[in-house]
Write a protein that binds this ligand. Sequence first.
Ligand code: Q9C
Ligand code: ZN
Length: 363
Amino acid sequence: MKVFYDEDSLLHNPPYEILDGHLVHYYESPSRPQTIKHELENAPSFTILPTNKALDVLKHARQVHTGDYLQYLETAYAAWVADGGDKTAVMPERFHIRSCFRAHRLQTRGAWGAIARAGFYCFDLSCPITADTHKSALASVRTALSAAEALSASSPPYSPKSGIFAHCRPPGHHAGTALCGGYCFLNNASIAARFLQDINPSTDTGTAQKLPIAILDIDYHHGNGTQEIFYEDPSVLYVSLHAQNDYPYYTGSKSETGAGAGLSYTYNHPLPRGTADDGYIAELQRALDEIRTSAPAYVLVSLGVDTYIDDPISDFKLTRAGYTRIGQAIAQLNRPTLFVMEGGYHIETIGKNVRAVLEGFEL
Ligand code: Q9C
Ligand code: ZN
């Protein structure tokens, strides 16, 4: 299997985050991609390829994120330091909770300083922006786009099973249209989905219809960003399995099923804490049935292995054997499939677990 990876992904390295009220070392650390790369390099069935530097990453990112958010990510660190902020990283002090304001008063935004913007474009305390964060975030998108480009070149829409791995870092599924959070800055999988639609316009009705894409999110956490981005869009089905009553807390219930034209193009499968292989795979089969019914041209998998039994910030009990079965189950969709890396924080096993999913898919 082809694996796309960009060394700039390693640059983003904040020293800390605030987790459960404690100042702790940053769980989403560069050792994650280093370990995954090392594991796949030493496995004969994987080929690690560099990303395509000719891609216009920002152009594709603008299909998902707002121009002002992209501008913010590019300038946030320098503006923060210029305003006297700690040189370590941008860290919000308060958040712009939209429901707190009778009007959004966006007309005042031009006057906001760096600390005000930090709280406007972020929703938690896991996304410090360092001098290198923007570069890594763009590299992560470039990784997803390079993999999507390669998949599209070898596998036309609706063609049978084939898989590619976008070894993205930082992850993306918590990032919304104009919000970072949950270690995520740019929504790599969503940008790749739009890219696949843009380079494969569907012409089956004569008009420029968008190609149907399905995103299966198997990270432990609900992908609130991906859900938000496509909530009213029937061309991208979003299906997520995740822990109930855990981070990001406010989204991911069964009753969230999309809105407007996108109604019934979002499916959430919240699972109890402690879920193990058999319970997980039974629910995965229901999720896969939803995807099958929608007949997507491409499948994107937001792949988190923070569902692992030893993950330090999560509470599922999946095993290595479970990951192989998950890969096998996804393969049954028999579609070109782009695996996009999301979470997973048990450094000792993260590479082996990712490998198990991808090798399960190839069986
Ligand atoms: N007490 C991803 O896996 N902190 N993001 C959680 C739980 C943030 C996870 C706090 C976790 C973000 C991509
Ligand atoms: Zn996660």
